[in-house]
Design a protein around this ligand. Sequence first.
Ligand code: FMN
Length: 353
Amino acid sequence: MSFNSFGHVLRISTFGESHGPAIGCVIDGCPPGLEITAEEIRAEVLRRASGKSRHTSQRREKEDVQILSGVFENRTTGTPIALLIENTDARSKDYDEIKRQFRPGHADYTYWKKYGIRDYRGGGRSSARETTMRVAAGALARKWLQQKFSIEIKGWLAQLGPIRTDEIMEWDTIDDNPFFCPDPGKVAELETYMDSLRKSGDSTGARVNVVARNVPAGLGAPVYGKLDAELAAAMMSINAAKGVEIGAGFESVAQMGTEHRDEMTPAGFLSNHAGGILGGISSGQDILVSTAFKPTSSLRIPCRGLDIDGNEVEIVTKGRHDPCVGIRATPIVEAMMALVIMDHVLLHRAQNS
Ligand SMILES: Cc1cc2nc3c(=O)[nH]c(=O)nc-3n(C[C@H](O)[C@H](O)[C@H](O)COP(=O)(O)O)c2cc1C
């Protein structure tokens, strides 16, 4: 009964806490022969890292990736790949006051109810620090998918608070700003909004979209292994995720059948409201997934909470926090997309080739 692993043929298990000595993962089932270096994985991990701009948490981790096993002479060997990253910039003192308190919006209360013990430092296991290892594992999956099938996975910030950010898509500029915003014309507005938010001490939510291109038709399985169900589960497992849409998603509610169904012609589909998946199986169209992230819960604005004895207490969160967690979520949703698709390529190969 372990829920620290996911995937079927390509199985990822992560371990570690926010303020423990290190975080890590074991990647089992990766085919042999993929060329990979610790530096390549680190480059991907650094895209998600905090401390790169004033708009994210100022925790600055070195993110030095150590490959402990499964890679020999820069090529995967087919044996379990163990990756480790030491935590080098944890400030556990910031969390002394919440030792006996449950911060609203956090996992403090539920972990306590479930386990009767919790590592309160930086949220312990419930911290998004864990997602670093998803991105590390995702670096291998992205490279493998690219090399074998030319599959490209690209994520972007679609909305931050009230600001819609993807009405103009300049794909090549997404990595050029600290928001993963595809519209360079919106970056100044985002900066102003985030500066005023930081001053006010409040936080905001965000929507992050991701597309996988060149995915062959036939991935996924009927009923319990539907590709859309697996992707939704993967995205919902990310910290602070509150909603997932595939293709037209909740907009489908207001659509007519004549509009939603994606008509087919010898030249291809005429639209993609399905988000590239029909009956749980990829159709060969782009796979489109959108994830909603809630506003950061840790705020310096006081709020009411409980301590472990059930007393009402005023809670003010210290420490270094992301005023909008969605800003750093783009590389994480990309990684989850890559890991799920690679897993399904391997599953498909096992059953059908
Ligand atoms: C990239 C990323 C960074 C995050 N950083 C923070 C943070 O600085 N402060 C905070 O309160 N929550 C942060 N979160 C969200 C919490 O980890 C999460 O809300 C909390 O563990 C409760 O889990 P839940 O929201 O999934 O229910 C972050 C989430 C992500 C994806």
